[in-house]
Ligand binder design. Structure first.
Ligand SMILES: NC(=O)c1ccc[n+]([C@@H]2O[C@H](COP(=O)([O-])OP(=O)(O)OC[C@H]3O[C@@H](n4cnc5c(N)ncnc54)[C@H](OP(=O)(O)O)[C@@H]3O)[C@@H](O)[C@H]2O)c1
Length: 289
């Protein structure tokens, strides 16, 4: 990717419409809280098409992934900027399985690609560690951690359940991760998991994984903000994912629009960049295990 992908400006539409502003720096310089409902300020980011797809199944392998028809380099820049703001990145067992199959989009941010060198410099200037730490939600523990994470000096915290397989738990601990059984049962409770990250001292946690982790966070009232890129493109497909998958959220989670930018002059399909604060919905969160 060359820098020319980023030269077209974006147009602020909300809270005030205004003159075009550069894409670069849009989220790097945005004001972001450093505490949230469960301790850290927990935020996530997705790119979705107009027909709501975030991932499609590959017709040959049937494996889900983010194809080029959904991914976008300008959104990817903002994704990396949001990663630069994080103390810790939230990922999933699925991501590390994809990584071994070569199906994940990139190594966990921050990317080492030349286009994102400025973000590494930005963290250095702020006195932050070179890379955010890593939290992984997984019940199965059925994945392998890449050595690169530890070579980069990152703390790796695996958030799992008390029923997680002991052998896999020992394997991850031997590799250098800390494995935390957050609660009993089939899945990790999002609020208890985020409280653990808060107790570890993290102030901003960025969920970069998919719809099941998002559902876990939403159902537990543990997600503070959502950044949503909507590409003005429809892609169809019979097997796909939307930004959240799982049982109906009761009550539904309401978003309050914080900012909206129109990106109509980039090299590819037009799109919009929205940031929502998610309203608290106490009562739906599962009881503390
Ligand atoms: N377009 C976008 O912006 C965007 C963003 C992110 C992802 N995606 C794509 O979305 C697709 C679908 O992702 P996905 O369905 O695999 O979703 P996911 O939410 O990324 O991962 C699901 C995995 O997370 C773990 N998990 C989720 N909730 C848990 C809980 N409460 N407790 C314990 N573990 C939990 C489980 O891991 P274990 O099985 O190890 O227990 C589960 O298999 C992928 O192809 C991905 O590339 C697109």
């Amino acid at each position: 990717m060359t820098d020319t992908s980023y030269t077209a400006p974006v147009v602020p539409l909300y809270p005030r419409s205004g003159a075009p502003v550069p894409l670069r720096g849009l989220y790097l310089e945005a004001e972001l809280p450093d505490s949230g409902r469960c301790g850290p300020w927990v935020y996530s980011n997705f790119v979705a098409t107009l027909d709501g797809r975030i991932a499609l199944a590959d017709p040959e392998t049937d494996r889900l992934g983010v194809p080029a028809s959904i991914a976008d380099p300008r959104d990817w820049r903002l994704f990396q900027e949001l990663a630069a703001r994080a103390d810790i990145i939230i990922s999933s067992g699925r991501y590390f399985r994809d990584l071994r199959l070569g199906a994940a989009q990139d190594v966990l941010p921050l990317s080492s690609a030349p286009d994102f060198r400025d973000l590494h410099g930005w963290r250095r200037d702020k006195g932050l560690p070179p890379q955010p730490d890593v939290a992984i939600l997984s019940a199965s523990l059925d994945f392998r951690l890449p050595d690169a994470l530890f070579r980069q000096g990152r703390q790796v915290i695996i958030l799992t359940t008390r029923d997680a397989p002991a052998e896999a738990r020992a394997r991850h601990e031997a590799a250098g991760a800390s494995v935390v059984a957050v609660n009993a049962g089939d899945g990790v409770a999002g609020d208890a998991a985020m409280r653990h990250l808060g107790a570890c001292g993290y102030r901003r946690a960025y969920s970069v994984t998919g719809p099941y982790v998002l559902h876990t966070l939403l159902a537990a009232d543990a997600l503070d903000a959502l950044f949503l890129t909507q590409r003005y493109r429809l892609v169809g497909g019979a097997s796909y994912r939307t930004i959240t998958e799982g049982p109906a959220l009761r009550p539904p989670v309401d978003g309050r629009l914080e900012s909206l930018y129109l990106d109509a002059d980039g090299p590819d399909a037009a799109q919009q960049f929205a940031r929502f604060t998610l309203e608290s919905h106490p009562g739906s969160a599962p009881a503390d295990p």
